[in-house]
Write a protein that binds this ligand. Structure first.
Ligand SMILES: CCCCC/C=C\C/C=C\C=C\CC(=O)SCCNC(=O)CCNC(=O)[C@H](O)C(C)(C)COP(=O)(O)OP(=O)(O)OC[C@H]1O[C@@H](n2cnc3c(N)ncnc32)[C@H](O)[C@@H]1OP(=O)(O)O
Length: 300
């Protein structure tokens, strides 16, 4: 898949992809891997490779809530691109290193009080991440170990399989309307593809965040397991998926997903312009302000 990362050279230059991760990563062999196999990654994305299994675990760590800032998106993209291009890997497990939070979704501070050029650059990176995960040739499994609203839910929905930890706080869904904004058409398309038209219609309008039991029932996740079994379950599901020959699975995945991805690919620039126009409206900026204030007040 030929996707351009399309971020400002400055943004990319600021990052140090593939730097050894300080602390946890230094000198520590990856779990389940042979001696000498080291974790690698970037400041916000820790990659634990298990070359023998052909699997890498990608841990998101952009504390406090793994909000998808431009820099974080860029690091995720670089990690994914690297894994995708390395023939050692056939599958990745995406999970979080922030306790209780898978991802709080898009970073509201990238859209609040920003100029149109910044918003456009940000939206391009959001599109890019979605396309990269959704169309990945790798098996992508979400080990969802925390709450995942909006953009966090989109990231989960873009995986091939979702395992959610059974904790009532770990709700998942596209809650954009609760913020006074709307889910873009491609977020909506992925939800419709996953849970069906009627369920998506209700969930989107009401901004449902499904707790685990409801999430399983509606089909927004594939499995709910005790919290301490999320990673091991993701590993055994991965083994099942990797038992299928790659070429057959990849072609089938493409057959199923391409029409949805094409809807965005055919109008990426227009989608960026729509986003920028929408997010720049005074009324939308006001809604974001109110929501951010609510988040602050919640603290105390
Ligand atoms: C017509 C054309 C239309 C085109 C398309 C148009 C529009 C689409 C536009 C946007 C789509 C957006 C999708 C999104 O993803 S929006 C983000 C949705 N996310 C949320 O609603 C989650 C908000 N966060 C929370 O509910 C809680 O933080 C959470 C439950 C995740 C964690 O709670 P906890 O108590 O642990 O932590 P907090 O104290 O609340 O947060 C800590 C810290 O982090 C800040 N923060 C939280 N979430 C975000 C975020 N998404 N972005 C930026 N910052 C966030 C929070 O404000 C705190 O900051 P501080 O007070 O410590 O400074």
């Amino acid at each position: 898949m030929a996707l351009t990362v399309g971020l400002r050279p400055l943004t990319r230059a600021l990052l140090r992809p593939w730097a050894r991760v300080p602390g946890a990563a230094l000198g520590r062999p990856a779990a389940g891997s042979g001696d000498g196999v080291r974790c690698f990654g970037s400041p916000r994305v820790l990659v634990e490779p298990d070359p023998a299994a052909g699997v890498a675990v990608m841990k998101m760590r952009n504390p406090p809530v793994n909000s998808l800032s431009l820099e974080f998106l860029t690091e995720l993209l670089i990690s994914l691109e690297k894994l995708e291009n390395d023939k050692t890997f056939r599958g990745i497990i995406i999970t979080s290193d922030c306790p209780g939070i898978f991802s709080a979704g898009l970073d509201l501070l990238e859209m609040y009080g920003r100029d149109p050029a910044h918003c456009a650059e940000y939206w391009k990176a959001v599109q890019e991440l979605w396309l990269r995960v959704y169309l990945s040739n790798l098996v992508v499994i979400g080990a969802i170990n925390g709450i995942s609203p909006a953009g966090g839910c989109l990231l989960s929905l873009s995986c091939d399989y979702r395992v959610l930890a059974n904790n009532p706080k770990y709700a998942i869904g596209l809650n954009e309307t609760l913020l006074g904004i709307i889910a873009p058409f491609w977020f909506k398309d992925v939800l419709v593809n996953t849970i069906g038209h009627r369920a998506a219609e209700r969930a989107l309008q009401l901004g449902f965040l499904f707790p685990p039991s409801d999430a399983l029932q509606v089909g927004i996740v594939d499995q709910v397991v005790p919290e301490d079994q999320v990673q091991s379950t993701a590993r055994s599901v991965m083994a099942q998926w990797l038992a299928i020959p790659d070429h057959a699975r990849q072609l089938t995945k493409n057959l199923v997903r391409k029409p949805t991805a094409d809807r965005l690919l055919q109008q990426r620039d227009a989608d960026i312009q729509n986003f920028v126009r929408f997010i720049s409206r005074d009324s939308i900026q006001k809604s974001l302000h109110v929501y951010l204030e609510k988040l602050k007040q919640k603290k105390g």
